[in-house]
Write a protein that binds this ligand. Structure first.
Ligand code: NCD
Length: 371
């Protein structure tokens, strides 16, 4: 049951998250939740950014175009100063109750580019949650002082619950999911798509490519979010290479089946590398082990990218990794021009700046400014 309301300004019908009980909202499929999370002004761009299903090709291309624009404007001092003024009237809270380096720092840097002042909690032990405060109360506290909450949590679905809570409060500030449990990592998937688009821009584009995912595909949230975003493009084949115990879960392949996307499941990284346009390596996510040492018992030797794999990789293909890495990409690959993980990391800052500017309604202003 979708509850629609008439948008005051444009007479357009939008699903209204303030008209639906949490239990009813929670029961909806991700696709059914999407209209409740958009800006509500007739634009499908997310207000709360919670999962990959909120983005279609048009929205992804808009964000990549804006990211390119921001990156260009930021090159000159005048341009950088202009950008620093765009959101100087906004404050953002970075609420990270799970370890993070890149996601935290790139969101922070994105805020700095746009002039947003930030506050942060990086460890629940330093916030009142440690005294037994509920997530709901913590988030309402943050929303009293800040205009956006960028949050990472080990709990699947928590960002969604917090988005519903805030939208139904007197301070309905937007939530940006910076990683929710083993579930989703939408902004990582945005930067991965941005990296793919940029890498193939002058080489015939992203359509028709083969993307190989390798490593811990069962518990890696970046894989779930990126696999979904790739379905927005034409004829992209997805290949999942992992030990049986860590193979991609059914919910990911069910979507591919439903959308008629070609995919393969296997365990031969060398063979997959030969056919790949992009190899997306991932770390073993042993923090999710049910029993101590569970992952260490899995033979992962065949799921590492080294000199032999590099020799098999096509000349225009790229190597990606959300990072942090352990030994799944040998350091001898680091200076190869096809190693895209360093650029991927920096792309994260630009695409997050584009997303934040868009959430606050400043996409057009930046696109049309004179710089
Ligand atoms: C990933 C994450 O946290 O899911 N890291 C990141 O955000 N760049 C991947 C990982 O931790 O392996």
């Amino acid at each position: 049951m979708i509850y629609y309301t008439k948008n005051r300004n444009r007479g357009m019908k939008m699903a209204d998250i303030t008209n639906i009980a949490w239990q009813d909202f929670a029961r909806l499929s991700l696709e059914e939740k999407v209209p409740y999370l958009s800006r509500g002004d007739g634009d499908a761009m997310p207000y709360h950014t919670l999962f990959a299903q909120q983005f279609d090709r048009g929205l992804l291309e808009r964000l990549c175009t804006l990211a390119n624009r921001i990156r260009f404007i930021n090159k000159s001092k005048e341009g950088a100063l202009y950008l620093k003024n765009v959101l100087a009237h906004k404050r953002a809270m970075l609420y990270f109750s799970q370890p993070s380096s890149r996601t935290f720092l790139s969101h922070l840097a994105a805020c700095q580019i746009l002039g947003i002042t930030t506050g942060s909690v990086r460890d629940a032990a330093t916030s009142s949650e440690f005294k037994g405060e509920s997530h709901e109360d913590s988030i309402r506290t943050f929303s009293s002082y800040f205009d956006m909450i960028i949050m990472r949590s080990p709990e699947q679905g928590l960002a969604e619950k917090m988005a519903w809570e805030l939208s139904n409060s007197e301070r309905p500030v937007p939530i940006l999911n910076a990683g929710s449990g083993k579930d989703q990592h939408p902004t990582q998937a945005l930067l991965d798509i941005y990296t793919l688009i940029r890498s193939f821009e002058t080489k015939g584009g992203i359509d028709g490519r083969t993307v190989v995912f390798c490593g811990d595909l069962k518990r890696g949230r970046t894989v779930r979010s990126l696999s979904y975003l790739l379905t927005n493009f034409n004829d992209i084949q997805q290949v999942f290479v992992a030990p049986g115990e860590l193979q991609v879960p059914d919910d990911v392949t069910d979507i591919l089946k439903e959308k008629g996307v070609r995919y393969e499941i296997g365990n031969d990284l060398k063979a997959a590398t030969k056919t790949a346009d992009a190899v997306y390596m991932t770390r073993i996510q042993d923090e999710w082990d049910n029993a101590k040492g569970e992952s260490a018992k899995i033979d992962t030797r065949a799921f590492k990218f080294g000199a032999e794999e590099l020799a098999l990789l096509g000349k225009d293909a790229i190597i990606m990794h959300p990072l942090p890495r352990r030994d799944e990409i040998a350091t001898c690959c680091d200076h190869d021009p096809r190693a895209m993980y360093w650029r991927q990391m920096r792309n994260g800052m630009w695409i997050r700046a584009a997303l934040i500017a868009t959430v606050f309604g400043f996409e057009k202003t930046i696109m049309e400014c004179g710089y």
